[in-house]
Design a binder for this molecule. Structure first.
Ligand code: BG6
Ligand code: MG
Length: 224
């Protein structure tokens, strides 16, 4: 058993991934990428899709092309990335606050009430738009998204920048993630992590729960 270390909540940062943790856009990414793969005469499975979660738009397309043995020139590559984003944004524009995932808003409010710093750590370049549509931007102290990082998860850059923006030590931060790459990024950054999803792919996290409705703030603080 680990010795109990008491850290004041005001020294703690909670870093949240967006797609698949706060909002159910992970299925929109899957839908739009699959449509694109089919447009290119290919396809991929839901299991393969796990490898796209948390990964940048560019790297996602590279993986899909690899799976299908497809090569594109630079211009076509840019065209298909833009096309996927157009299809994805059509779905994103339908989002309303009712699409916030179960328990997410209550969890953010509870963490704030305890004085914990809260940041977004997302690979998405659409994060600000999505937060505005969900009307939860006021619950975050800092937003680090795909427009501010050079290295994709599993590189820890996005979370290290989040911790820095909050003024917290990485070792005092808990990352909430639905992606394998995101759990790896948390580890690489020296942070604890809570996997939102299932044990079969997120088993490397310090704790795994099906949704934020099934975690409480105390429990999250206890993994530090
Ligand atoms: C991550 C998603 O949050 O954002 C990935 O998990 C996605 O699936 C990545 O590729 C980039 O998103 P966007 O919105 O910039 O294409
Ligand atoms: Mg995600």
């Amino acid at each position: 058993m680990r010795a109990e270390v008491h850290i004041n909540p005001d020294q703690v940062g909670f870093l949240f991934d967006l797609d698949g943790v706060l909002v159910d856009t992970a299925r929109f990414h899957f839908q739009a990428w699959r449509q694109l793969a089919q447009e290119l005469g290919s396809d991929f499975t839901e299991a393969q899709n796990e490898q796209l979660k948390g990964v940048s738009r560019k790297e996602s397309l590279e993986k899909i092309l690899n799976w299908g043995g497809i090569r594109l020139n630079k211009q076509d590559f840019e065209h298909y990335m833009a096309l996927k984003n157009e299809w994805y944004l059509e779905l994103v524009r339908t989002l309303t606050p009712s699409d916030i995932l179960p328990g997410a808003e209550a969890f953010l409010i509870e963490a704030r009430n305890q004085g914990i710093g809260i940041a977004l750590g997302s690979a998405s370049k659409n994060a600000v738009l999505i937060l505005e549509q969900l009307k939860i931007d006021h619950l975050l102290d800092a937003v680090i998204d795909g427009t501010q990082v050079e290295r994709s998860k599993p590189h820890p850059e996005v979370f290290l920048k989040g911790a820095r923006a909050l003024g917290k030590e990485p070792a005092h931060c808990v990352v909430f993630e639905d992606a394998v790459a995101g759990i790896e990024a948390a580890k690489a950054g020296g942070m604890r992590s809570i996997g939102i999803g299932t044990d079969d792919n997120l088993g490397e996290a310090d704790l795994v729960r099906a949704s934020l409705a099934e975690v409480n703030v105390e429990e999250a603080l206890n993994i530090l």
